[in-house]
Each structure stands twice: as C-alpha cells, then as structure tokens.
Design a protein around this ligand. Structure first.
Ligand SMILES: NC(=O)c1ccc[n+]([C@@H]2O[C@H](COP(=O)([O-])OP(=O)(O)OC[C@H]3O[C@@H](n4cnc5c(N)ncnc54)[C@H](OP(=O)(O)O)[C@@H]3O)[C@@H](O)[C@H]2O)c1
Length: 252
C-alpha cells in the first residue's frame, strides 16, 4: 500500500478498462480510494474488476461516454452505491488518424462525440455528485501543443478539453473544485500500439523523446494522482505535460 492520499474518497475513471485509465484506477485504489471504472465492453469491464482485485471498493459500469443516457444511468448508479464523488478522471477517448482531406463526417462526429462531447457531459453530469474540494482531471494530449499530421480532429478535441478545464476551473472555483488537464506524450498503451504495432515502430517513437523512451500508463497515473490529490491543492486550470520532453525539447 502506498501512502493513502485518497482514503475515504471515491473516484470515477471513464475508460478505466485499459491503458492510462486502468493504471490510474489501480493507483488510486492503492492509495485508498473507491474507484468506478467505465467502458463500453462488458468483457473488458469484467477483466478490469478481476485485475484491480479491490473487492467492494471497485464498481465497473458499462457506459458509453458519448451517450447522455448512459452517463445519467452511470451517475445514478454511483449515487446509489457510493453517494458522492471526490475525483473525476475524464479519460475515455478515441484516436482516429487521417489527413484532413480524408476525414469524413462520420469520423468527425465519432471523435468529437467521445473526446469532446463525452468529456463535457461526463463533467456536467458528475457535478451534482461532486463534493466541495473535489478534483477533476481531463485527459488531453501533447498534440494540443504541437502539430501532428493526420491528427487535425483528434488534436482539436484535446485543445477543446484543455480550454474546458480552464473555464470549469473558473466556474467551479467558488465550490473549491479544481480542474486540470493532463497531456500525455507517446504512452505505450493499446491505443498507441494501434499506431505503432511493431516494437521497431514503437522504439522509433521513443527515440524522438528527450527522456529516451516511451511513457508508461503508470507514468501518467502518477501525474493524475498528483493533480487529483491535496498535493496539487494550489494547481488549477493547468495542463500538465507528461511527455518525457517531447513537446519542449529535441533529443541530443
Ligand atoms: N496512448 C497515447 O499515446 C496517448 C497520448 C495522448 C493522449 N492519449 C489519451 O489518453 C486517453 C486514454 O488513452 P489510452 O492510450 O490509455 O487508450 P486505451 O488503452 O485504448 O484505453 C481507452 C479506454 O477508453 C475506453 N473507451 C473508449 N471509448 C469509450 C467510450 N466512448 N466510452 C467509454 N469508454 C470508452 C476503452 O474501453 P472500451 O473500448 O471497452 O470502451 C478503454 O478502457 C485517451 O483520451 C487518449 O486520447 C493517449
């Protein structure tokens, strides 16, 4: 057991069955939290519950972040089971990459539906459950800081949600609720492996990073836990890059 910054707290992690969401659920659970994880696939939810092995401190709910009806049902289930929320990690996101010339209306709607609309309504629907002093962290991306070919729509959704963090920090400040975003770099998750399936391709991405390696889901989980904890009590409206220096420096 690590130190118990989240003892007695309840955290919602959307997209908590894989990658950074699952690693964050594990980290917060290890630090004493009750965790609610969501995803669209029941098999992956069942596997996450088994993997987390947190007994009655883990609740898994099938909910599509792009569906307002699912979000309403999710919040109702959290209210019944835990009564309130102290942490929201709006993490669920999809990566779909095509040059701007080739993006279809369906692509546009699907990506914005999860990454922007889904994040906005996850936070909106969670508001009545949030205690004063709660923390919201939104998963953005390094691509909001630096142009990536084939990522026009994806990157714009990430810029949108960081902007959302700033506005929500202002709106929710009077309730003592802090809102920040985290911007991962190249993180070795199933989503990343979709873009870099072979170890050679993955290593080539790692070589572009000043720290000389890909990030891990646990690297990001540690940063999310910091932003969600009292250790970040005076950090508000920020975007925290967790990218090994990808955006700010060129490898020697
Ligand atoms: N990996 C990277 O290099 C990287 C870099 C920067 C930012 N990010 C961002 O980090 C976040 C997490 O990515 P990851 O790499 O950890 O991805 P991942 O391993 O593919 O996990 C994505 C998670 O989100 C869930 N999910 C997807 N669509 C959903 C929806 N509509 N509603 C609810 N859950 C949904 C997935 O479960 P189901 O499919 O079963 O629903 C899964 O649990 C995303 O927002 C991504 O944009 C990733």
């Amino acid at each position: 057991m690590q130190n118990e910054r989240f003892a007695g707290k309840t955290a919602l992690i959307t997209g908590g069955t894989s990658g950074m969401g699952l690693a964050t659920a594990r980290r917060l659970l290890d630090e004493g939290a009750r965790v609610v994880v969501t995803g669209r696939d029941q098999g992956r939810l069942d596997a996450a519950v088994k993997d987390l092995d947190g007994g009655d401190r883990v609740l898994a709910v099938r909910a599509d972040a792009a569906s307002l009806a699912d979000l309403d049902a999710l919040m109702a289930e959290i209210r019944t089971r835990f009564g309130r929320l102290d942490v929201v990690f709006a993490n669920a996101g999809v990566g779909a990459f095509a040059s701007a010339a080739d993006v279809t209306e369906d692509d546009f709607d699907r990506i914005t539906g999860v990454n922007f609309k889904g994040v906005f309504f996850t936070v909106q629907k969670a508001l009545p459950l949030l205690d004063d002093g709660a923390a919201i962290v939104i998963n953005a991306s390094w691509t909001l800081h630096r142009g990536l070919p084939v990522a026009a729509v994806y990157s714009a959704t990430k810029a949108a949600v960081h902007n959302l963090a700033r506005t929500l920090a202002a709106e929710l400040g009077p309730r003592g609720i802090r809102v920040n975003s985290v911007s991962p770099g190249f993180i070795d998750t199933p989503m990343f492996r979709g873009a870099a399936p072979t170890d050679e391709e993955a290593a080539a991405y790692g070589a572009q990073v000043v720290s000389g390696r890909l990030g891990t889901a646990e690297d990001v989980a540690a940063a999310v836990a910091f932003l969600a904890s009292p250790d970040a009590g005076y950090v508000n409206g920020q975007d925290l890059l967790v990218d090994g220096g990808l955006v700010t420096a060129i490898p020697a």
